[in-house]
Write a protein that binds this ligand. Structure first.
Ligand code: NAI
Length: 246
């Protein structure tokens, strides 16, 4: 039987890499989107394919570029003939209190996190509609639900992803396309490694489970929503946050 295909934006490191590994381990072929970072792609390919009889396609694309996203979806279809899962994972932060936030810091975060999610989704959904089958999981954040001082741009982008996803869930249900969000809390990645030890300690105190999560714990939740066994959950936000938001 033809393998299923998962396209993961920002799949070269952090949470995206863990998501890619989870799908690879479950026999999905992978389309890994990335922009330039320090990732060694040969090592990454070996890591993802290790022990799995799957194929990977790496596509360097800035997801803020709509035409480039169209090209990315086309290349994925040319290689694999299908896209079963889209994970909108790529994201950035430019944290600053509103009073100090520059207009370009607001625009850039919205452009990558929210418009990028639109670009990737809009260009993949036509293929899912033809298949009459698809799963879209977008990575929001607990701060998109609760807000956070110093992250007005990021929280707005992540809240936007939730509204976007709920709308998609309603529009696409008749085509058997399910759309959901994951809202991670604090997860140990390059994004959070830059925090000082005292900030990390303060964060842990506020989490009922008293520790940050791992990228693998987020990947497990993504797979739960995007894998074959989810046939009846759509338009939801699943918090993966050690109990921070209840
Ligand atoms: P990361 O910085 O390690 O990885 C982000 C990925 O997105 C990288 O592969 C990067 O190359 C890619 N990316 C950035 N801009 C891009 C663009 N314009 N086009 C294509 N790719 C682009 O971050 P991390 O921590 O793995 O975060 C992944 C997602 O999870 C993000 O959406 C983030 O907002 C979200 N998240 C992370 C949390 C954390 O505690 N680490 C908590 C809540 C949400």
């Amino acid at each position: 039987m033809e393998k299923k295909v998962a396209l993961i934006t920002g799949g070269s490191r952090g949470i995206g890499k863990a998501i890619a590994k989870k799908f690879a381990d479950n026999d999905y072929n992978l389309v890994i989107n990335y922009i330039s970072d320090n990732t060694n792609l040969d090592e990454l390919r070996e890591y993802l394919e290790n022990g799995n009889n799957i194929e990977t396609l790496f596509i360097k694309t800035d997801i803020t570029d709509f035409a480039a996203c169209e090209e990315m979806a086309k290349k994925a279809i040319e290689k694999f003939g299908r896209i079963d899962v889209l994970v909108n994972n790529a994201g950035i932060t430019k944290d600053m209190l509103l009073m100090r936030m520059k207009e370009e810091d607001f625009s850039k975060v919205i452009d990558v996190n929210l418009k990028g999610t639109f670009n990737a989704t809009k260009t993949v959904v036509p293929y899912m509609m033809k298949q009459r089958n698809g799963k879209i999981v977008s990575i929001s954040s607990v701060v998109g639900v609760s807000g956070n001082a110093g992250q007005a741009n990021y929280a707005a982008s992540k809240a936007g992803i939730i509204g976007f996803t709920k709308s998609l869930a309603k529009e696409l249900a008749s085509r058997n396309i399910l759309a959901n969000c994951i809202a991670p809390g604090f997860i140990r990645t390059d994004m959070t490694d830059v925090l000082s030890d005292s900030v990390k300690e303060h964060i842990n105190e506020q989490i009922p489970l008293k520790k940050m999560g791992t990228a693998e714990e987020v990947a497990n939740a993504v797979y739960f929503l995007a894998g074959d066994e989810n046939t009846y959950i759509t338009g939801q936000v699943l918090n993966v946050d050690g109990g921070m938001i209840m």
